[in-house]
Design a protein around this ligand. Structure first.
Ligand SMILES: [Zn+2]
Length: 271
């Protein structure tokens, strides 16, 4: 599943090729994504100029001079820039063709992705208006997590994965950042000290930054006719390593389920 770093890498990969270009045509081959692609999208974007591409959480917001569209990659979606004449394959559901003869193509085998029209006030949309701060923003820090968690009994892993608390901490990044911070994932969020939240917030930022930096090496994969953008595998300490030795103390890592998601930790290093 594309996580925040892949979405940010996608944004950086596609932007230079289509920014400040006008739409030539929109080709919708399969409108039935998670929600239907709006029928009037071709009219709404007729000759529209692409002004900017932003990312909010795992959503891409394409700002045109006529309004915003939101793209979400769902479980299996990917975007790439192609020459407009490259024939479409089975899972290529929509092309945004620009006047420079390049097209932005959405491929999504499982069709959980979305393309929505948000008009001129995108942040009022129900998908966006409750989101917590971006992990890289100054608002997101140890004090913020500490204050927000007071009195909360839910476990810290669920707390940091809640998109209303902070965006972009998926399961892998929650596992890894808690390990690096020495915090047991099953601890009640309300029982963790300010100091430990300061450590945790720094590790969350760092691990997402590292993933994005690593994704930078794949930027060229977003352009071209064949294949998919290669999503990147990070060096992971705990995620997917249940039963293997802890990189720090060599004790075997343990796996539990939290909200039915795989949670791997070291009993010795995470208290
Ligand atoms: Zn350990």
């Amino acid at each position: 599943m594309p996580e925040l770093p892949e979405v940010e890498t996608t944004r950086r990969g596609i932007t230079p090729h289509i920014i400040r270009q006008n739409i030539q045509r929109i080709i919708v081959r399969q409108p039935k994504l998670r929600w239907p692609i709006p029928e009037d999208l071709p009219q709404l974007l007729a000759n529209a100029l692409l002004l900017n591409i932003e990312r909010r959480a795992k959503y891409l917001l394409l700002e045109f001079d006529t309004g915003f569209i939101l793209i979400h990659l769902g479980m299996s979606g990917s975007l790439r820039i192609i020459d407009k004449n490259i024939p479409a394959e089975k899972h290529d559901h929509i092309d945004f063709v620009f006047h420079n003869n390049k097209a932005l193509r959405l491929t999504d085998p499982r069709r959980f992705g979305s393309v929505l029209w948000l008009g001129n006030s995108p942040y009022c949309h129900a998908l966006l208006n409750k989101l917590g701060p971006e992990p890289f923003s100054d608002t997101f820090n140890g004090n913020y997590l500490y204050q927000l968690s007071r009195g909360k009994k839910l476990v810290v892993k669920q707390f940091i994965m809640n998109q209303e608390v902070v965006t972009g901490v998926g399961n892998i990044y929650a596992n890894e950042s808690l390990y690096l911070s020495g915090i047991r994932p099953s601890l009640a969020a309300g029982q963790i000290s300010r100091k430990r939240y300061q450590i945790l917030s720094k590790h969350i930022k760092k691990i997402l930054e590292q993933a994005i930096a690593q994704g930078g090496t794949t930027l060229r994969n977003f352009v071209g006719g064949n294949g998919k953008p290669g999503y990147f595998k990070q060096q992971l300490n705990v995620y997917g390593r249940s039963g293997l030795p802890c990189p720090n103390c060599k004790q075997l890592l343990k796996e539990i389920r939290i909200s039915n998601r795989s949670t791997v930790f070291c009993k010795n290093c995470q208290k």
